[in-house]
Design a protein around this ligand. Structure first.
Ligand SMILES: [Zn+2]
Ligand SMILES: [Zn+2]
Length: 284
């Protein structure tokens, strides 16, 4: 199996992104029988992204959320995307089984800036993620108070609409952690409307849907819930597997459970991407 979603830096820390650090991820992967690791660092780690997108949070009418988002982005910048790409390319050049990826935040209204950010580099895989509704980082502990002010079904609907935009943009190969709004346990009575929006969005360009084991850690259930995965299967959408590891010891975590989850939804294979071309392997 292949881990298509990993980060070199934990939140709140910025260990240097080096070939030696990547090697630790590869060793951890091997210990779990994972063949390849896609390094998919967050867009907001990079100064170039900050410069290109600076001020997007001011589109939100709530100045408190805008200021929290600005601070979060400012605090997370840890280097240059050009350096990051160089290090992952070096790791490939010395024979480590890694691929060059990015976890790209979908920012409403900023598709052109995101496209321009991606353009200079030879990505293997681009994950698309919705982490913000307006400037509200709904999956992030720093913003958790806002949940008490919102209607849960509305949040899920707003999130689904943003994922549909992301899918329609065609900028990402994979929809990451598709039902991440369940992260803190806020679930509406009917999840189907959001599932429908996500599958509609992914179907626009045949974008893959990620099966992500970080959901198991946080919610006891992988992202996405089985009905969403079944709906993706019925629509003929491919899947990828991701741990969302932010440390080496999480690489490939619970992949046996992910394979069983995918099989439960009717999948028999999973995919990964090289040079943004999709490749597949049979599930164990
Ligand atoms: Zn994410
Ligand atoms: Zn991630």
């Amino acid at each position: 199996m292949i881990d298509c979603h990993t980060h070199l830096q934990p939140h709140g820390e910025a260990p240097p992104m080096t070939v030696a650090r990547i090697e630790r991820y590869v060793e951890a992967a091997r210990a779990r029988g994972i063949e390849k690791v896609c390094i998919t660092e967050h867009l907001f780690r990079f100064q170039e992204a900050y410069d290109a997108l600076d001020g997007w949070w001011d589109d939100d009418p709530d100045p408190n959320l805008a200021s929290l988002a600005r601070r979060y982005w400012r605090d997370h910048v840890s280097g240059s995307v050009a350096d990051y790409v160089r290090v992952v390319e070096q790791a490939k050049a010395v024979g480590l089984p890694v691929l060059l990826g990015l976890e790209m935040d979908w920012i409403h209204g900023r598709a052109d800036a995101l496209r321009a950010f991606l353009a200079p580099y030879d990505w293997d895989i681009v994950l698309g993620s919705v982490h913000y509704i307006g400037a509200w980082g709904f999956d992030c502990p720093e913003f958790i108070d806002e949940w008490a002010k919102r209607d849960v079904a509305d949040v899920w609907g707003d999130y689904g609409a943003l994922v549909r935009e992301l899918g329609e943009s065609g900028l990402a190969d994979v929809i990451a952690h598709p039902d991440v709004p369940k992260i803190f346990g806020h679930r509406p009575a009917d999840e189907t409307p959001m599932h429908r929006l996500i599958v509609e969005g992914a179907s626009a360009h045949g974008t893959a849907v990620e099966v992500n084991s970080n959901g198991i850690r946080y919610t006891g259930e992988a992202y996405p819930a089985l009905p969403l995965l079944e709906r993706a299967r019925a629509a003929g959408l491919p899947i990828t597997f991701g741990s969302d590891a932010h440390r080496p010891d999480r690489v490939g975590a619970d992949f046996d459970a992910l394979a069983a989850w995918a099989r439960g939804a009717g999948y028999e294979e999973a995919s990964w991407f090289e040079s943004r071309r999709r490749l597949s392997y049979a599930l164990p």
